[in-house]
Design a protein around this ligand. Structure first.
Ligand SMILES: Cc1cc2nc3c(=O)[nH]c(=O)nc-3n(C[C@H](O)[C@H](O)[C@H](O)COP(=O)(O)O)c2cc1C
Length: 180
């Protein structure tokens, strides 16, 4: 099957998670990973599964102002933050306004701080909600991957992302078996 993984990332963590999810799926599927700025409608239409992820900003999906804050923080000397080369003008929130699901399969993920989700919020919940509204069918619950306060992936999160990718393969197989 063709899997499209669409990510937004300010500092690279969500990008790394997207790549690790892809690693977990490549044995079974034809997987493409693209930043949200390059996720054209034709790619979405051609995919059997569209996986969408972004960072949690101010308890939900990023907005232009929160992405601008992320850029300002990266430009401040001494914080050690580097912008992801694919950090762009639009985020998942804006991209989702223009996509159409046509009952296609989908899954959502985010990155967020390593604390209770009640405190941090979860972009993945909003992403899942918008994907459903756009006409996609979720094949699994939204998933979070965790970063530290200094914006580094918590140990073990890349392995967890790879495992989640493998679990998406199982979910696809189960779904196919039940619909045939
Ligand atoms: C402006 C801004 C607001 C943020 N707000 C939250 C938040 O409300 N909850 C949270 O868990 N993390 C928050 N974070 C931390 C981000 O979730 C974290 O930087 C992101 O997951 C890292 O992913 P990235 O490297 O792909 O950008 C915020 C970060 C920025 C820059």
């Amino acid at each position: 099957m063709r899997v499209l993984i669409v990510f937004e990332s300010s500092y690279g963590n969500t990008h790394h998670i997207a790549d690790a999810i892809a690693d977990g799926m490549r044995a079974e599927h034809d997987v493409t990973v693209v930043p949200v700025t390059e996720a054209a409608g034709e790619l979405v239409a051609a995919a059997d599964l569209v996986v969408v992820g972004g960072p949690t900003h101010i308890h939900g999906m990023s907005r232009p102002a929160s992405r601008a804050s992320a850029v300002t923080a990266a430009e401040r000397a001494g914080d050690g933050l580097q912008l992801d080369p694919d950090a762009g003008a639009i985020g998942v929130r804006e991209w989702l306004q223009g996509v159409s699901g046509s009952n296609g399969r989908t899954a959502a993920f985010d990155t967020r701080l390593d604390a209770s989700a009640l405190l941090t919020g979860r972009a993945a919940k909003g992403i899942a909600h918008e994907l459903r509204d756009a006409g996609f069918r979720l094949i699994t619950e939204p998933k979070s991957f965790l970063v530290t306060k200094s914006n580094e992936l918590v140990s073990g999160q890349l392995a967890a992302a790879q495992q989640w990718g493998e679990s998406l393969t199982h979910a696809l197989a189960t779904e196919q078996a039940s619909s045939s």
